[in-house]
Structure formats: structure tokens, C-alpha cells
Design a binder for this molecule. Structure first.
Ligand code: NDP
Length: 317
């Protein structure tokens, strides 16, 4: 690639969730002239949820898309250059770092803020899409409140599934935990909590094959002991269906250069958004296997922009 045609910027932000937009607000107010590429899903995961009631500052709640639009407007107001485009490759071997956009254009940047988020895993059954926003959710903390005194199901057998089931058990009348194996993968303490919660019913060795309902989820079609001689069809009546089968951090294009954990979350120096590469910062869900909230992502985006500002002034760029 002919380097002379590369566009050169001071601060490149990749991703447009709460972390990316907050980084853009802070970076533009610090005169870093940030360029932000929105990625595959402009606005990030929150654009797939309905009402957001736990983002401070919105006493009456706000829809996910509106919140993201507001964050974007706030970044634009201070001069952030927000563009459509997907980062498809990276070269973080030396500064200025090179990020390829849409497989063709290369941006060279002194500081890079990676805020590419994580993607919740889905089972892959067509009904998940059919009922998206109508009873299917991948975030109990975001959407659980809408199922007060109702019946919900959580799919998965790991710590996230147990945590979500316990959280939902405090709101819903009844929670089914649908586990494909005859045991839970979650830590012992989480398992005990689940077993000791009277309104959680664990359905071991059940697989979900479909959902049903007129204008929203009214139930799920399950198969007990799938593929075994005593396989059995089971239908359960539910109002909400929560996926908790893991998340995939969107870090693939950076893995060659940055340390990640075994799932792919970018490792940062504890308490900071700094990665092992100076001038490259990771903010939001791509570096957060634990909290994964809009507000924590926004906070880490703020930290990343402050770090970028300090880094650029230290290297005199
Ligand atoms: P995990 O990968 O640990 O668990 C995923 C669960 O989903 C497993 O039970 C798995 O089943 C099940 N699953 C995966 N695919 C399917 C499918 N297609 N159909 C049905 N079930 C499926 O993910 P988590 O998000 O639970 O946890 C990720 C990491 O974060 C873990 O290390 C966990 O310990 C940690 N964590 C810690 C918390 C805490 O300490 N408070 C809270 C949340 C997460 P199977 O077992 O059969 O593979």
C-alpha cells in the first residue's frame, strides 16, 4: 500500500456505542480532532434494545436509539468527525498505527481508541429475529424490568445465565433456566444461589427449538433429551426469553497486536483503558467481560480519551 495516500489523524476512535461516542465527546473537547468510524451497527448494542431506564440523567427513561442519537449529536457538536465505515484490519506494530477501513482506505493515527463492543451470542433459530424487541432479549439488566410479575426463561448454564436468572427472579413471578447439559457450568456459589431461589426452575437437558406467540413471545418450544431415545417435546408458557449463552468481543482484527483473554476480551492495565501498546486504548465491552453496561462503557470511553490526550501531549503530537 502506498503510504503517501493514507489519511493521517491524531486520534482515531473505532466503534459507536456509548464508549466510542463518549470518547469522541471528550477527545473533541480536548481538541484532538477525533475521527470516529461507526462500525457494523451504528450506535452499537443499545440500538437493539427498546427502553433504557438505567442510564443516569433520564428519569423517565429513553429509547436505546434515541440515547445513542443524543450521544452522537453531542460528539458532533464539539467537532468529532463521525463517519460510516467498518475497521477491517489493523497494523499496530509501530506508531502511527494503521487501521484499514472497509478493506481499502487506510487511516494512520497516533492514538487509537478501540471501542468495538461485544456481540451477544444467539442460538441461531429464526424466531429470535422474529421476536426481537418483542420478548427476546440478551440483557436482563436492560430489559428485566418489563417482565415484573411475569414468566421468563433464561437460556444458558454459565455464570451469566445464573446471574441473569437470579436478577430476574427478583422481578418476575417465575424464571425457567434452560440448560442444554445435565449440569451447570457456572461457579458453585452461583449454582447454589440458583438452586436456593424458589421461583427459578432449572430445566436440565432442554434445547429451545422455537418460540411462539401472536404479537410477542407467549411461549417456547423445547426438546428434552434431544437426540436420545426418550427425547420429548415440551412447551412452556413464557412472556420473555433471555439469551445468556455468552458474548463475543469484537477484537478479532487486533488480536495479532494486543493481549486478549481466552474469550477475546482485550486486556488492559487494571483500572485504566491502556493496552500493552502505547497510544492504543480499549474502552467499553470489548475490554469488559464483567460489567458490560452502557454507563460503564461511557465511563471507560471518557478515560480512554483523557489517556489519549495525555499520550499525545507526552509525545508532542
Ligand atoms: P460461558 O461461556 O461460561 O457459558 C455459556 C453457557 O451457555 C454454557 O452453559 C453453555 O453450555 C451455554 N451455551 C452456549 N451455546 C449454547 C447453545 N447454542 N445452546 C444452549 N446453551 C448454550 O459464558 P458466560 O457469559 O456465562 O460467562 C463468560 C465468562 O464470564 C465466564 O468465565 C464466567 O465465569 C464469567 N462471568 C463471571 C461472573 C461472575 O463472576 N459474577 C458473571 C458473569 C460471567 P455448555 O455448558 O453446554 O457449553
Amino acid at each position: 500500500m502506498d503510504n503517501s495516500t493514507n489519511e493521517k489523524v491524531r486520534c482515531l476512535i473505532i466503534g459507536s456505542g456509548p464508549a466510542g461516542y463518549t470518547a469522541a465527546i471528550y477527545a473533541s473537547r480536548a481538541n484532538l480532532n477525533p475521527v470516529l468510524y461507526e462500525g457494523i451497527q451504528p450506535g452499537g448494542q443499545l440500538t437493539t434494545t427498546t427502553e433504557v431506564e438505567n442510564f443516569p440523567g433520564y428519569p423517565n427513561g429513553i429509547t436505546g436509539p434515541e440515547l445513542m442519537e443524543d450521544l452522537k449529536k453531542q460528539a458532533v457538536r464539539f467537532g468529532a468527525d463521525i463517519r460510516m465505515g467498518i475497521a477491517t484490519a489493523s497494523d499496530l506494530s509501530s506508531a502511527p498505527y494503521k487501521i484499514t477501513i472497509d478493506g481499502e482506505k487506510v487511516i494512520e493515527s497516533e492514538a487509537v481508541i478501540i471501542s468495538t463492543g461485544a456481540t451477544a451470542k444467539y442460538l441461531g433459530i429464526p424466531d429470535e429475529q422474529k421476536y426481537a424487541g418483542m420478548g427476546v432479549s440478551a440483557c436482563a439488566t436492560c430489559d428485566g424490568f418489563f417482565y415484573r410479575k411475569k414468566i421468563v426463561a433464561v437460556v444458558g448454564g454459565g455464570d451469566t445465565a445464573c446471574e441473569e436468572a437470579i436478577y430476574l427472579s427478583g422481578l418476575a413471578k417465575q424464571v425457567y433456566l434452560i440448560v442444554r447439559k445435565p449440569y451447570l457450568r457456572a461457579s458453585k456459589v452461583m449454582q447454589e444461589r440458583v438452586f436456593n431461589t424458589p421461583n427459578i426452575i432449572v430445566l436440565f437437558e432442554h434445547n429451545t427449538i422455537g418460540l411462539f406467540g401472536e404479537s410477542g413471545v407467549e411461549g417456547a418450544h423445547l426438546i428434552k433429551k434431544m437426540g436420545q431415545p426418550d427425547e420429548e417435546k415440551v412447551d412452556i408458557a413464557i412472556d420473555g426469553f433471555f439469551l445468556a449463552i455468552g458474548h463475543k468481543p469484537n477484537s478479532d482484527i487486533f488480536k495479532e497486536w494486543l493481549e486478549t483473554d481466552e474469550i477475546g476480551y482485550i486486556k488492559t492495565i487494571p483500572g485504566t483503558p491502556r493496552t500493552t501498546v502505547p497510544g492504543v486504548f480499549a474502552a467499553g465491552d470489548v475490554a469488559d467481560p464483567i460489567y458490560r453496561q452502557a454507563i460503564t462503557a461511557a465511563g471507560s470511553g471518557c478515560k480512554a480519551a483523557i489517556e489519549a490526550e495525555r499520550y499525545l501531549s507526552e509525545i508532542g503530537k
